[in-house]
Design a protein around this ligand. Structure first.
Ligand SMILES: [Ca+2]
Ligand SMILES: [Ca+2]
Ligand SMILES: [Ca+2]
Ligand SMILES: [Ca+2]
Length: 467
């Protein structure tokens, strides 16, 4: 109201000035205002006259244009069947006084729209820059109803009101369709796809667990608390989404961690995996069955900065498959051929192309620089710096063994304490890793313990060995 009153005063005041010859046709601001403001107020006025007060015109134009924008969004018809009473109330109604065509309804009940995929730990956008590439996928399980998410809000966790994001009117999700919302503006070139809405970086999704929530008119339409036990954790497989099993596409089943698994399909210019905007892939896993299904790629047998090596030894496993997710449940880890000291827990997952670590103790970011995927019993499985043969056995089949000893031409851990032996990335097979010539010591520090540097690339691709 105040803006309109002051505008009327300005029109009177400056209209008189225009009449006195102060028209300034060359000012670019005048052109912008004239073109973007369809208000009837301007029809009888000289725009160049209004231009004498640019700040005030900006305010007027914003308010006037809103009306035009709403009308243009209400073009979809025939979807009102599912709207019920709420149909006409969707967010576009503010300011509509003419009872024009009613748009698609807002989701009104839990489960009307379902959260089906979450990328909380993207890679390739810089250290601690996850917010440049996080996204959420939403799915409309209805067979008939298109929903308008306009006016609904998104947050990374219930109650974090300062981060609530409100969707613009006209964000439609058709029956059976998926759409994505993201933390930043995505392009095909930079992210592999374009999202349907940008909620911004304030709703940052934690890789260790968060609870993204979609709310419409005060009703929680869906929430997924993936901080709960049993959920796959984005931070464990950075770059991989967590995705809802396509057999469980509803807002109740997605509350259970067992309904989720890691995405597999590459979609981005960086090593990110998932199916943004597309149906999710099956969650099935397989037990490694053949030699070479998994490859031992890195060995830390001589950590530094710990009272006992057994506090910080680990091996790395790589899954060379492009399609199969392995679960090591029931397989065993041993430190030398014939040993089967550590039964590996079900749920120790290796997505296609991923690296995981098995460790001699529980690792944390603070104590070891990374979280290992499985801790095997330390007793009896100590990796000797002088030579040993870490191995994985599933159903009596040795999936891989990486015998290392000076006699076989392997690097000497005793001379380079703290550095892992790592398999050259050009030789990531279970047979190539039998030759000492394909291994070298890592030169990249991943964690400093008691001022001593541990070098390696746990859970990440190895570095090319110097010739
Ligand atoms: Ca839910
Ligand atoms: Ca998907
Ligand atoms: Ca081998
Ligand atoms: Ca590595």
């Amino acid at each position: 109201m105040n803006r309109r009153l002051s505008k009327a005063l300005l029109i009177v005041t400056f209209g008189a000035m225009v009449a006195c010859g102060e028209s300034d046709q060359d000012d670019p601001a005048a052109d912008v205002d004239a073109g973007s403001n369809p208000s009837k107020d301007n029809s009888g006025e000289n725009n160049s006259g209004e231009n004498n007060s640019a700040g005030d015109n900006d305010g007027d134009n914003t308010g006037d244009n809103t009306t035009g924008g709403e009308n243009s969004g209400n073009t979809t018809e025939g979807d009102n069947s599912g709207g019920g009473v709420d149909g006409g109330d969707s967010a576009g109604s503010a300011g509509d006084m003419d009872g024009g065509p009613v748009g698609p309804p807002s989701p009104s009940a839990a489960g009307d729209v379902v959260i089906t995929e979450i990328q909380a730990a993207p890679v390739g956008y810089g250290v601690d820059m996850d917010e440049k590439a996080e996204w959420i996928e939403l799915y409309n399980p209805s067979a008939t109803v298109t929903f308008d998410l306009g006016g609904c809000t998104f947050n990374d966790k219930p109650g974090e009101q300062t981060a609530d994001f409100t969707f613009d009117p006209g964000l439609l999700i058709a029956p059976g369709a998926y759409l994505t919302i993201s933390s930043a503006t995505f392009t095909v070139a930079t992210h592999g796809f374009v999202s349907s809405a940008v909620y911004g970086s304030t709703a940052g999704l934690s890789g260790g667990g968060d609870a993204p929530i979609l709310t419409c008119k005060g009703v929680t339409i869906d929430v997924v608390d993936y901080a709960q036990a049993g959920f796959p954790k984005p931070e464990i497989f950075e770059g991989y989404t967590i995705q809802l099993n396509p057999e469980k596409l509803n807002g109740a089943d997605n509350d259970l961690g067992a309904s989720w698994c890691y995405g597999k399909q590459a979609f981005s210019p960086h090593p990110n995996h998932g199916t943004p905007g597309l149906a999710n892939e099956a969650c099935a896993t397989a037990t490694p069955a053949l030699a070479g299904d998994l490859v031992i790629t890195e060995i830390q047998a001589a950590p530094v900065g710990y009272a006992d090596d057994a506090e910080a030894e680990w091996i790395e496993l790589y899954n060379p498959s492009t399609t199969t997710t392995y679960d090591l449940g029931g397989c065993t880890f041993g430190d030398k051929a014939g040993d089967a000291d550590g039964a590996i827990a079900t749920g120790t997952i290796v997505p296609p192309g991923a690296y995981i670590t098995l460790s001699s103790a529980m690792f944390t970011e603070n104590t070891h620089g990374f979280i290992s995927d499985f801790a095997y019993p330390a007793s009896g499985t100590g990796l000797s710096a002088g030579g040993d043969g870490p191995n994985i056995v599933c159903n009596t089949v040795t999936i891989d063994i990486a015998k290392y000893s000076l006699a076989d031409g392997f690097p000497d851990f005793a001379t380079t304490e703290g550095a892992t032996a790592q398999l050259d990335p050009a030789h990531l097979t279970a047979t190539d890793n039998d030759s000492g010539a394909n291994w070298c010591f890592s030169t990249v520090t991943f964690f400093t313990a008691m001022t001593l540097d541990n070098k390696g690339s746990p859970r990440k691709p190895n570095v090319v060995c110097a010739p």
